[in-house]
Design a protein around this ligand. Structure first.
Ligand code: DGP
Length: 161
């Protein structure tokens, strides 16, 4: 685990985090600089920069966790009628944190301007103001309460990244 990686610091509990879901292989947590309310990131617990470095099983596991988070966002009190699932893979694709992460962004009608504004400001490497921890915790507990009982995954301890 590289000492400087922000997400590895989160995994080592050296930085605060608001968790939505955790299993042996992955962690899903609230984005500290949400593009829209309820923005969640899903990461592998092993440090890898690019999805190309992950096993096929790990790639599909991250998507399964993302889908479960997405389902919970829909059923929660968030304004969420649809979602953007995306990965910025590499600096030229505006990946700011060099540890693979799947964005799960709740969307609803009329939010395009807000989403575009935060997307464009990220091109200038500006995340904006950090969300209040209490607000993140309140959203996370709502989303957590709607997570499916079990995330379906073919991943076993045998086939890590
Ligand atoms: P990207 O630009 O695709 O590399 O996305 C990185 C995301 O990570 C961005 O949406 C903001 C988020 N982020 C940055 N620092 C932190 C942090 O310390 N905690 C949390 N929870 N999210 C962070």
């Amino acid at each position: 685990m590289p000492s400087a990686c922000i997400f590895c610091k989160i995994l080592r509990e050296e930085l605060p985090v608001t968790i939505v879901y955790e299993d042996e292989f992955s962690l899903a947590f609230m984005d500290l600089y949400p593009m829209l309310p309820g923005h969640v990131l899903v990461i592998p617990k092993e440090h890898h920069v690019s999805i190309q470095q992950l096993s096929p099983e790990m790639r599909s596991h991250l998507l399964e966790v993302g889908a479960a988070v997405g389902q919970a966002q829909m059923q929660s009190g968030l304004k969420c009628k649809a979602q953007n699932f995306f990965i910025n893979d590499g600096p030229d694709a505006n990946q700011h944190v060099p540890h693979v992460h799947l964005h799960v962004l709740p969307r609803s009608g009329g939010d395009l301007h807000k989403a575009l504004f935060s997307f464009v400001s990220r091109y200038n490497n500006v995340f904006g103001v950090a969300a209040k921890r209490r607000r993140l915790e309140s959203i996370a507990s709502d989303v957590k309460a709607h997570m499916p009982q079990k995330v379906v995954s073919a991943l076993t301890s045998m086939d890590r990244a």
